[in-house]
Write a protein of this length. Structure first.
Length: 255
C-alpha cells in the first residue's frame, strides 16, 4: 500500500472534534495507534480559510466534513479545496437522514466524493479511512501486487456505512488469525494493509467499471437488488449484474 492516509483534516466544530475524538481520532493530538487506522492524526479547521490553508500547505491526505459549520457553507469550502488539490478525497459525514437513502433520491453531495451516515459510531471512522486507502491504492495493489478484491454494490449511504465496517472488521480478523501472536506490531500492520481490498460501487455502471478493471482479481460480490442502471432505478439490477459476473467473467465467483 503506497498511498496512506496519515493526516485527516476535519472541517467542523469543536463539538464535532470531540465526537470524532471519542470515536478514536483525536484532533490536534498525537497519532492514534490502531491496526485499522494506524498512525493517523487529525487537524481541526473551524472555518473555510483555516481548511484551505491546511490544504495549501499540503498537510492533509483526507478531508472529513460535517454539515454543522455555523456561518459557513461546507460545499463551497470543499469546492475551494478541490480547486487547490483536485485529487484530495473529500468525505461528507452526516446524521441527516435526507442523505442516508438512495443516492438518486438524496440531495447532491458535489463536490464531495462520497457521503457516510455517521452518528458517532467508532467503527465508521476507520472504515472511511480504509475505504479511501483502498480506492487510492487499488490499481497498484491489485494489478501489480496481486491483492484480491471484494466488490460491494450499494446505493444507500445509510446501508454501506454499516456494511463497510463489518467487512473490514471481518477481513482484519482473518488477517490477525493468520498472524503469529508474537509478530511485531509493524508486521501486523503490514499484513492488514495487504489484506483483500473492498471496493464500493453505487450504481450499475460503477460496478461494471470496477469489474472491467479488477475482474481477474475478484474473489466475491455483495450486491443490493435494486439500484440505478442507465440513470433509472432498476428493481432487478443486482440480478442482472450477478448473471453478468457468472456468465461473462467467472462462474466460480461467489455473488
Amino acid at each position: 500500500m503506497r498511498r496512506r492516509v496519515r493526516t485527516v483534516l476535519l472541517l467542523g466544530t469543536r463539538y464535532d472534534a470531540y465526537v470524532v475524538g471519542h470515536a478514536g481520532l483525536g484532533c490536534n493530538e498525537k497519532p492514534a495507534s490502531d491496526l485499522l487506522a494506524p498512525n493517523v492524526c487529525c487537524i481541526l479547521a473551524e472555518s473555510g480559510p483555516q481548511a484551505v490553508d491546511v490544504v495549501r500547505r499540503g498537510e492533509a491526505d483526507l478531508v472529513l466534513s460535517s454539515l454543522s459549520l455555523p456561518g459557513e457553507d461546507p460545499f463551497k469550502i470543499i469546492s475551494q479545496i478541490k480547486e487547490l488539490d483536485p485529487d484530495i478525497p473529500a468525505v461528507l459525514m452526516t446524521s441527516n437522514p435526507a442523505y442516508h437513502g438512495p443516492l438518486s433520491q438524496a440531495p447532491s453531495i458535489e463536490p464531495f466524493d462520497i457521503v457516510f451516515a455517521w452518528r458517532g459510531e467508532e467503527e465508521v471512522l476507520p472504515s472511511i479511512i480504509m475505504h479511501v486507502e483502498d480506492r487510492l491504492n487499488a490499481d497498484h495493489d491489485v494489478l501489480v501486487g496481486g491483492v484480491q478484491v471484494v466488490l460491494l454494490i450499494e446505493d444507500e449511504p445509510g446501508l454501506y456505512s454499516r456494511y463497510l465496517p463489518m467487512l473490514y472488521d471481518e477481513l482484519c480478523k482473518r488477517v490477525r488469525d493468520l498472524t503469529p501472536d508474537d509478530a511485531p506490531i509493524e508486521e501486523q500492520r503490514r499484513r492488514v494493509q495487504a489484506r483483500t481490498k473492498v471496493l464500493l460501487a453505487r450504481n450499475y455502471e460503477e460496478a461494471l467499471l470496477e469489474l472491467s478493471r479488477y475482474g481477474d482479481s475478484l474473489c466475491g460480490v455483495l450486491t443490493d437488488l435494486q439500484y440505478a442502471c442507465d440513470g433509472v432505478i432498476n428493481p432487478e439490477a443486482g440480478l442482472l449484474f450477478a448473471r453478468h459476473v457468472k456468465e461473462d467473467v467467472r462462474a466460480s465467483i461467489p455473488v
